[in-house]
Design a protein around this ligand. Structure first.
Ligand code: ADP
Ligand code: MG
Length: 285
């Protein structure tokens, strides 16, 4: 059986105007099964966006190969099948909005695909309900908040009924409320619709919520595991320009300064308070 995304020994080289080449991805093996919620981390320039573009045939491998929904992205006649299976959402919602009314914006891709009007109406309404923007369907997108705009952009790709959505730092330009709303929508799409989510993010608290975390550094896949496996490796993360969640950092500080002897793999505030409570009660777990 095929996987949702299968990158095999993926290499990607940019060539600039002076013909100098830059190796942005160097032998990446990364398989994302159907239905997974995966997060991709890495400092700026590590190759995250280049990987995302290879998941949707916006960029094609210089070496190795990428299969999306079982289709090799090097097959030019299958490009629309690939893009229908795996859609992308980018960082800046303003660059993704094309219409002057929310529901027209969400319908845009479907109209281009020649979907019948009745089916367009059904899909647009459903997509807007899924992202919690149905009441705004007649609004002007440019007057919405960043988080609302990003949810409209997600509705636009959702209306195409993709199996997978790759989001390249979708919350980077949003305030905390907008970020939380977008994350809520992504979890809903994953849980209720079984959509595979590949979330590229700089926010550790978002990565903690994923089922799997992959870390890129200088075009290499450096770490790959569950959030719990990844986020206890604080020194390694630090050397890669990343941080562990604050809950882990707090427990580590207590171990260092108060020799608390605490297990540090607390990924959420609740887990952290449980550890602290047990420690304060004298049970040095
Ligand atoms: P990230 O998304 O992790 O910040 P990118 O995938 O955008 O990283 O970039 C990876 C590397 O490729 C970086 O070193 C970047 O400078 C380089 N790069 C990205 N886009 C281009 C381009 N259009 N031309 C040349 N080099 C590029
Ligand atoms: Mg990027």
């Amino acid at each position: 059986m095929s996987e949702m995304i299968q990158a095999e020994n993926l290499t990607f080289r940019y060539t600039d105007f002076s013909h100098t080449t830059h190796l942005a991805l160097d032998g990446v093996n990364l398989t994302i099964p159907y239905g997974q919620f995966a997060a991709i981390l890495g400092r700026n320039g590590s190759g995250k966006s280049t990987f995302a573009k290879n998941c949707n045939a916006i960029a094609l491998p210089s070496g190795g190969r990428v299969l999306v929904d079982g289709i090799d992205t090097m097959q030019p006649d299958r490009i629309w099948d690939i893009r229908r299976a795996c859609s992308m959402v980018f960082q800046n919602p303003d660059n993704q909005i094309v219409a002057t009314v929310v529901e027209e914006d969400v319908a845009f891709g479907l109209e281009n695909m020649g979907v019948p009007p009745k089916e367009i109406r059904r899909r647009v309404n459903e997509a807007l309900r899924m992202v919690g923007m149905y009441e705004y369907r007649m609004h002007a997108p440019h007057l919405l908040s960043g988080g609302q705009k990003q949810r409209v952009a997600i509705a636009g790709v959702l209306a195409m009924e993709p199996k997978c959505i790759v989001l390249d730092e979708p919350t980077a330009m949003l305030d905390p409320r907008g970020r939380a709303d977008v994350m809520h929508v992504l979890h809903r799409l994953h849980e209720e619709k079984g959509i595979t989510i590949v979330l590229i993010t700089h926010h550790m608290d978002e990565a903690v919520q994923a089922q799997r975390v992959a870390v890129l550094a200088s075009g290499h896949l450096i770490l790959d595991g569950t959030p719990r496996e990844i986020f206890v490796q604080t020194e390694k993360l630090h050397s890669l320009g990343l941080t562990a969640p604050q809950s882990v950092q707090l427990l580590e500080a207590l171990n260092r300064q108060a020799h608390a002897g605490l297990e540090t793999d607390a990924l959420t505030v609740e887990e952290c308070t449980d550890r602290l409570e047990a420690w304060l009660k004298g049970g040095r777990t």
